[in-house]
Design a protein around this ligand. Sequence first.
Ligand SMILES: Nc1ncnc2c1ncn2[C@@H]1O[C@H](COP(=O)(O)OP(=O)(O)OP(=O)(O)O)[C@@H](O)[C@H]1O
Ligand SMILES: [Mg+2]
Length: 460
Amino acid sequence: MPSKEKTPRLSVLVVDDDKYIPQLIHKILFEIHPAISFKSFSLPSEAIEWARSNTIDVAFVDYRLPEMDGLSAIKELRKYAPHVFFIVITAHTDISIAIEGIRKGVFDFLQKPLNQDLLSLCMERVLSQISLVKENELLHDLLKNQNILLGNSPYMSAIKEKIALFSFSNSPVLITGETGVGKELVARHLHLSGKNKNAPFVAISCASLPLSLFESELFGYEKGAFSGADKQNIGKLEFAGNGTVLLDEVGEIPLEIQVKLLRVLQEREFQRLGGNRSVKLKARIIAATNRDIHNAVIEGTFRRDFYYRLNVLHIDIPPLRQRTEDIEIIAEHFKRKSCLIYEKDVSFSGRVLELMRQHPWPGNVRQLQSVVENAVLSTNSKTIEVMHLPQNFIQTQSTHASHPPNAISASSIKSFKKTYAKEDIISSLERNSGNKAKTALDLGLTRTQLLYRMKKLSIQ
Ligand SMILES: Nc1ncnc2c1ncn2[C@@H]1O[C@H](COP(=O)(O)OP(=O)(O)OP(=O)(O)O)[C@@H](O)[C@H]1O
Ligand SMILES: [Mg+2]
């Protein structure tokens, strides 16, 4: 039986010309499920008219009515309310009415005089069916939204535009941004927007791979390549086929592997360890990092040529504190998800939403997700208040209280978009030795579009 807290407000209709029946139904239903809106009519035509513009969850319909019988009334009502649970009230014990009713999708029959226990039982069955239907709808919704890239801020919109644009090309993409901003999610979107979305998406966590395993993980090995290699094993680059390989935390790849990968990216082929047959690299390469990789190049811990090879196309995801408009929509999404998992129905108080918008979110979306999950779990009432937020969140909050959230002015967004594009174009021009046709192809632009942008961005 669903809990009362979880069950939504129910709209109940009763069509019966006996005044006593609606009163009794109302009294009993109110005891079981106080969140009801109740409407009764003695004439079916009035009920049908009302159903045209009102929502109904459950309808009790007397079989013997003025104007038409109960089953004909149900047929009419169903035109406006196809998902209603219909219950027929009848003084007849005629089996043919029951058979016809079941054919017409009647949920249950109750006999006059109404037995209170049977009415309660019938209503509890209706409630548990309704809660099942709602849960199914939510599950469906969650599955559909599992990988959804939320956010309507100008930054997010620019990123979505880039994803759409880049999905036409097979060039490497470098995704940068602080921890938890959604780099892997953006990489998945790039994969899912491309024409090979049904091929594998393979993420390789470069930070967790010991040097000795890098090559075998990436390139695979032949039987006997090293002691313990008792059978051939294909590597991740090969496994991905014409899908996508995400080199996650690419800044952690050791220099000696960088040089090998660079050659693979240039030649678009490689060999399994211990083998001499070339295997074609068909997958698209996406690299992600939260390190300042440009700085790593200057410091000499990341190869410049490898950086250029990876940074053909570039998506930078700004931290959450710079796109405060996205916070509420993302928090609502995680709240809905947690409510479904923990069987709760809660909403954020205005103050909590305000605090969330002001928070600096050093762990970005991942941190927001865990704060929301925590708060949903800690709340016993219908509203998530400040006291339900994790202690460390409130502490960080108070240390930042004197600083207003990062305001984003229209001009900063404009310059963001501008440098975003300028950086891409310059590095692509460098890689292509200034050849504009090749650069345009790299960037997924026409030559005219490239020349127009170069002029606008004052690129010589
Ligand atoms: N815009 C968004 N909309 C919805 N969910 C998001 C969004 N951005 C990130 N997420 C979610 O936040 C979590 C962290 O995202 P993700 O793993 O892609 O971040 P990351 O940048 O790769 O982090 P790290 O640098 O720590 O590897 C994931 O559960 C992801 O689905
Ligand atoms: Mg990641």
